[in-house]
Every structure is written in C-alpha cells, then in structure tokens.
Design a protein around this ligand. Structure first.
Ligand code: ADP
Ligand code: ADP
Length: 236
C-alpha cells in the first residue's frame, strides 16, 4: 500500500536575478510500514523536500500524492486541512505550548479539525498516544515542567493523535543530548514496529543508517535507489 508518492518533483526558488533549483526531478515512494531516512549535506534540499512533503509549500512542477489523493496543487486552506488530518510532524524544537497541559497539547490537533470529535473520543485517543510514548503519568503537567526528551515524547504523541498516514521527522534529536536522542530514536523505531510509517530527514548518518530504507539527497537530487535493510514483502 502506497502512502506517499512524488513523481518528478522540482522546486525552483527565484530571487532577484537568480534561480535556485533546490529539488530536481525527485521521485519518492513510501509504502505503509516503511521506516525511511533521507540524508545529505547542508544545502542539498532537505528542508525544501520536507516542506513539500509536509504541504507547507507547493512544488514548481511534478506530482505529489498522499494515500492516492493528488496534493500537488492545493490552496493554503486545503493544505492546512490535509496537514491536520493526514500528516504527523516532529520538529527539532518541540513546538509545544507551555501555557496548557500535556493532555491539551496532545488533544490540540483533534480540536482544530473541521469535523467535531466527541470529548470521550478525544480522551481515548490522547490517552492511547500518551501510553505509546510512556508519558501517561505526565498528562497534567505543563511542557516546561518536563525534560527535553519528555517534551519530544509529548510532541510525538501530538503528531500521532490524528492517526496520520505518515509521520515526518525533522532532526528530532537535534536539541537533545546523545543518550536522550537515542531514546527518542528507540521510541520512533518501536512505533514503526507497531505499524507507523515514518520518514525522517537528518544529517546525522548514525540515525539515517538505522532506517530500513535510506535515501541520499545531493544537490537537489535523490542519488540512489534505497538501501534496504529488510525486504518489504508486504508492499503491494
Ligand atoms: P538543506 O535543508 O539540505 O540544508 P535547503 O532545502 O534549505 O537545504 O536548501 C536547498 C537549496 O535551496 C539551497 O541552495 C538554498 O540556498 C536554496 N533555498 C532554500 N530555500 C530558499 C528560499 N526560500 N529562497 C531561495 N533559495 C532557497
Ligand atoms: P527546526 O527543526 O530548525 O527547529 P522547525 O522545527 O520550526 O525548525 O521547522 C523545520 C521544518 O519543518 C521547516 O523546514 C518547515 O518547512 C517544516 N514545518 C514547520 N511547520 C510545519 C507544520 N506545521 N507542518 C509541516 N511542516 C512544518
């Protein structure tokens, strides 16, 4: 089952008298259950690719589909709606709101949905996601009462609460010491083993190497067909 498909995606930035071809004919297919890493040096196009994947920006040309739905050419409102319902995003800076509880932070994406969800269902979903990241005991704390690693776990729960098609991860360990970073990677791997599809963008090769499909980006181009650590026999 295909979750994400990019075909010949290009992105050109025009500034004054200069054109930057940030992405050139990128082809990328991500299947249900994949654990993908995309890595490459500074300036190779990682952030650009992530903002296209996360529907923060639109490509100059090419086709992008999420679960078979064409999302190559959306208005800002349409993009926001799909982002909220189909995409989970983990940032380097956890982007939690310190004024409200952990529970309310995780519930936020559900409360912003256009279709209202019952309080009971919100509660069930939030509690389940807090359990998945072993943070049930911190539901009533405020984010700034937690360590960085705990805050990233809360951010992961928030990304999962809407049951997204895919989880995009942007340098999730960048603000954490290496022990805590490793634990966050363990959480992500555990989620993947339980079925969550993950696409991680990183410049850290020791984390990129742990993914089951590894893509390298260089000068806006995907260099290689992925290295598969495990064959994905169920990808139909
Ligand atoms: P990375 O995240 O791998 O460091 P980026 O995606 O940020 O790479 O950048 C890829 C290329 O696109 C770089 O040459 C960068 O200067 C250029 N670029 C990125 N965003 C913009 C923008 N908004 N306007 C002009 N050029 C940009
Ligand atoms: P950093 O990782 O450097 O702390 P951010 O976490 O704020 O920076 O954003 C990293 C990337 O995530 C940016 O390239 C941006 O395009 C993308 N991004 C920011 N906000 C969202 C969002 N709401 N949904 C999807 N992608 C986002």
């Amino acid at each position: 089952e295909i979750k994400i498909q990019m075909k010949n995606i290009s992105k050109v930035f025009e500034t004054e008298d200069m054109e930057t071809h940030a992405l050139k004919d990128v082809n990328l297919t991500i299947y249900k259950g994949d654990y993908v890493s995309i890595s490459g040096p500074s300036g190779c196009g990682k952030s650009t690719l992530l903002s296209l994947l996360g529907l923060l920006d639109m490509p100059t040309s090419g086709e992008y589909k999420i679960e078979g739905v064409d999302v190559s050419n959306l208005s800002l409102d349409e993009a926001a709606e799909i982002r909220n319902s189909k995409i989970g995003f983990i940032f380097q800076s956890f982007n939690l709101i310190d004024q409200i509880s952990v529970f309310d932070n995780v519930a936020l994406p559900l409360r912003y949905r256009s279709e209202a969800m019952s309080t009971t269902e919100i509660e069930q979903r939030v509690n389940k996601c807090l359990e998945m990241v072993s943070m049930t005991h911190r539901a009533q704390h405020k984010p700034n009462q937690l360590s960085g690693g705990q805050q990233q776990r809360i951010a992961i729960a928030r990304a999962l609460v809407g049951d997204p098609a895919i989880l995009f991860v942007d340098e999730a360990t960048g603000n954490l010491d290496s022990n805590t970073g490793d634990q966050i990677m363990d959480v992500l791997e555990q989620l993947n083993q339980n079925g969550t599809t993950i696409c991680m963008v990183t410049h850290e090769s020791r984390y990129a190497d742990r993914a089951t499909k590894q893509f390298k980006l260089l000068d806006g181009e995907i260099l290689t067909t992925p290295t598969n650590r495990e064959s994905n026999v169920n990808n139909t």
